[in-house]
Each structure stands twice: as structure tokens, then as C-alpha cells.
Ligand binder design. Sequence first.
Ligand SMILES: C[S@@+](CC[C@H](N)C(=O)[O-])C[C@H]1O[C@@H](n2cnc3c(N)ncnc32)[C@H](O)[C@@H]1O
Length: 224
Amino acid sequence: METSERQFIKYGDDDFVYKEKPKLNPDVRVNMVSRLMKKYNLNTEEATTFLEYILDLDLSIEQLAGKRILDVGSGPGEFKIALEKIAGKSNVVNLDGGSVWRGTFDVQGMADKLPFRNESFDLVIAHCSVPIMTATTGDPLEIPQILSEIIRVVKRGGLIKIYPVIVHDRYADSKMAEKHHNLADETMKKLSEMSKNNQFSEAVINIVRDSNSGNFDGMLEIRK
Ligand SMILES: C[S@@+](CC[C@H](N)C(=O)[O-])C[C@H]1O[C@@H](n2cnc3c(N)ncnc32)[C@H](O)[C@@H]1O
């Protein structure tokens, strides 16, 4: 086990459950992308992004069907486009704070102040966006606020899925590695606090070992 994971897991002793996911063979992944492209008429980006979301966030079509979903940091919105082609329709709201993807998202807004009423969504997903991934280049102090906002807008009984939770750049120097450990610590501290305040009912970390880059790991699943 790598140091970053060991340090991360110490918060799990009291409040959290950790699950391991099996590794997916890269050939199988390539095969799945080309099948998605052919079957649903997706382009490469749509098929690749859709597959990444499904695998990294451990989602199933059944889980998505009929649900009002918020995609935080949706970027070019390929997940929503692909889901609409695959399922025929979707109820996904794409939110992004950046100007780069303007025109592709439904709502421009920042994750630390979500422009939605309490309990608006059945499922909130954040893939390679907030709060951990952006905190590697931004401000780790945003982590608690973003988690609070995401938990606020999901319905009671609803689900939140965030990937990645762990960033461990194998080429990082010791200073950078320490920063990454601190980000995971920030997240887990905040979740411990919120759990004690009864703001959600359960949090589970899935350690995903088949991430494409090898630098990102861990899917955080929160049930409200
Ligand atoms: C690496 S892209 C990921 C896009 C998409 N989720 C995917 O996986 O293909 C990260 C996105 O998060 C957005 N983002 C970063 N910080 C944000 C914040 N605090 N609030 C809203 N969006 C944010 C960026 O503008 C960018 O489009």
C-alpha cells in the first residue's frame, strides 16, 4: 500500500468504510469505447468520457434512469450528451464555473455557492473536477465549503459521487506529495464533522485502481 493511501485511510477507522474495485484490463476498456461508439453513434470523446464517468464513479444506467442529476464541473458536457444518445433522454443539469466551456453547460456557477435550492437533485456527480482535483492547483480551503454545498442540494435519500478523492502523483516531490496528503486529510476531516452533525447518513470510499492516469484514485460516495 502506498503512503498516501495509508495516511488517507486512518480517518476511515471510525467513520468510513473502504471498498476495493478490481482492475480493468486496458484492452477491455478500448473495446468498450469502440462498442459504445458503434452502438450509440457517439464520437470518441463522448464514448471515452461516458466510460470514464461510468467506471470511475461506479454508475449504472439503472441508477441514472429517471433521476434528476447535477454534474458539477461538467466541462464540455460530454457525459450528458452521451447519456441522452444512449438512454434517449436524460435529466442532467451541467454546471461549470469556467468560461472555456461556455455554451456547453446549462448553468454557469461555482461549486462553493451552488445556484440551486436545497434538496434539488437525486444524484450529484463530480468527475475530475471538484473539490479535490481542482484543489491540487487551487485552494484546499474550498474543500469543506464545496462538500457542504453538494450535500445541501442533494435530496434526503439521494446520492453523491465524487472522483477522485486521492491524488497521488507518483512523480511528485516530497513537498507536492505532502500537499496531496493534506487535501485528502481536509476532505476526511470535513466529512467526520458533517457526519457527527448528522448532515448525511453514510459515506463510503471506493479505492479505484484502474484509473487511466494512475495519478488519481478513490471515489467518494455519500448517501444523504
Ligand atoms: C478536468 S475538467 C473535467 C470535465 C468533466 N467533468 C470530465 O470529466 O470530462 C474540470 C472542470 O471543472 C470546472 N471547475 C473547476 N473548479 C470549479 C468550481 N469551483 N466550480 C465549478 N466548476 C469548476 C472547470 O471549469 C473544468 O471545466
